[in-house]
Design a protein around this ligand. Structure first.
Ligand code: SF4
Length: 74
């Protein structure tokens, strides 16, 4: 991947709401990508195709989710 692609590309993120237990770790790690619905306490994908530059934050969110509900599918 060229530097240009790294700056202009996008990830693809998926969230399994059935597995989500509302821990909100993802929201802390990447607040422009994830939110948690206050009623259902389930994750909301604010940005399912975040910019490549957000990969470290999204990867952190994936790692921090205790339910394994998040995935970068690229
Ligand atoms: S960290 Fe995982 S379990 Fe918690 S709200 Fe996010 S997706 Fe759901």
């Amino acid at each position: 991947m060229s530097t240009r692609d790294a700056l202009t590309g996008h990830l693809r993120v998926e969230a399994d709401r059935a597995r989500c237990a509302g821990h909100a770790q993802c929201l802390l790690a990447a607040p422009t990508v994830f939110d948690v619905d206050e009623t259902s306490l389930k994750v909301i994908l604010l940005d399912p195709e975040p910019a490549e530059g957000l990969r470290p934050a999204v990867q952190r969110a994936v790692s921090m989710c205790p339910m394994g509900a998040l995935e970068i599918v690229d």
